[in-house]
Design a protein around this ligand. Structure first.
Ligand SMILES: C[S@@+](CC[C@H](N)C(=O)[O-])C[C@H]1O[C@@H](n2cnc3c(N)ncnc32)[C@H](O)[C@@H]1O
Length: 257
């Protein structure tokens, strides 16, 4: 594995627990992945690839040795620990180092929102997929339709949208997914949205991890005082059972005809 220059990525402090965060996100889509992998018949013999595999949070949940590719060498070194049987490659999603039609299944998870021109990456995913195979984006959020209740927490959604934009991400990526797949010439089999957290029972560990991400994203742009005030309002609302947090997270399964 050799190092490449990464595309713009979240600007988190050193030591941020990326794998833990990715595992949290992987939990949100666990049922969806089980459903889709079952529908398309993913088996140990399938040649499958995750583009933008990060630290291997998704790869490590799959019994068969799925290929993983990421632009960040440090993430792949961690992925080697979590998914030791997966063949891993350090490369760019815009130029996949595989021959045409190499895989039956090519997927990504929370990748496209970070890419400057996601349709080019989708076209690359299509190129390396065999006829009759599938291209899947499991999770792309649409923060422009985020719902925060009680009303005093609405500002939190705006803070997070702005933070994502500052980091070079497209907070509305989920809403564009079907159009991008269709435009890439992919036959759409199914598409929809799940919610990452809707009326979730308050879980201190999950909440602390969510806030660790938020605080790292907001640092330097929102005053510590305002962040702390919002954090305690949020905690209280969860504890009182009043909190609603809804971020539509879109998925799509396409086929190569
Ligand atoms: C939010 S993380 C998701 C990781 C993993 N898919 C998961 O859900 O746990 C996005 C990943 O995309 C990778 N990435 C960003 N730009 C990329 C590019 N141009 N080519 C390949 N990987 C890229 C990042 O290094 C990061 O590991």
């Amino acid at each position: 594995m050799t190092a490449l220059t990464p595309t713009p990525l979240p600007n988190k402090e050193r030591g941020f627990q990326w794998h833990q965060r990715y595992q949290q996100q992987a939990n949100w889509t666990r049922e969806l992945r089980e459903y889709i992998f079952n529908e398309i018949g993913l088996t140990e013999e399938s040649r499958a690839l995750e583009v933008g595999c990060g630290t291997g949070a998704i790869l490590s949940t799959i019994d068969s040795p799925v290929y993983g590719l990421d632009i960040q060498l440090a993430s792949l070194k961690e992925a080697q620990i979590h998914a030791p049987t997966s063949p891993l490659t350090c490369a760019n999603a815009f130029s996949l180092p595989y021959a045409d039609a190499s895989f039956e299944i090519v997927f990504c998870h929370f990748l496209l929102l970070w890419l400057p021109n996601p349709q080019d990456a989708i076209k690359e995913m299509l190129r390396v997929t065999r006829a009759g195979g599938y291209i899947i984006a499991f999770a792309e959020p649409d923060y422009t339709h985020r719902v925060d209740k009680p009303a005093a927490l609405a500002e939190l959604g705006a803070w997070q949208r702005d933070a994502l934009k500052r980091q070079g991400a497209n907070p509305a990526m989920g809403a564009d997914l079907a159009e991008l797949f269709y435009g890439a010439g992919i036959e759409i089999v199914e598409t929809g949205a799940i919610s990452n957290a809707e009326h979730e029972p308050f879980n201190t560990e999950e909440w602390a991890l969510e806030w660790a991400t938020l605080e790292a994203d907001l640092a330097g742009n929102i005053s510590d005082e305002r962040i702390l005030k919002m954090k305690s309002l949020d905690k209280l609302a969860w504890e009182n059972g009043e909190r609603i947090l809804y971020v539509p997270t879109h998925y799509i399964r396409g086929a190569r005809g």
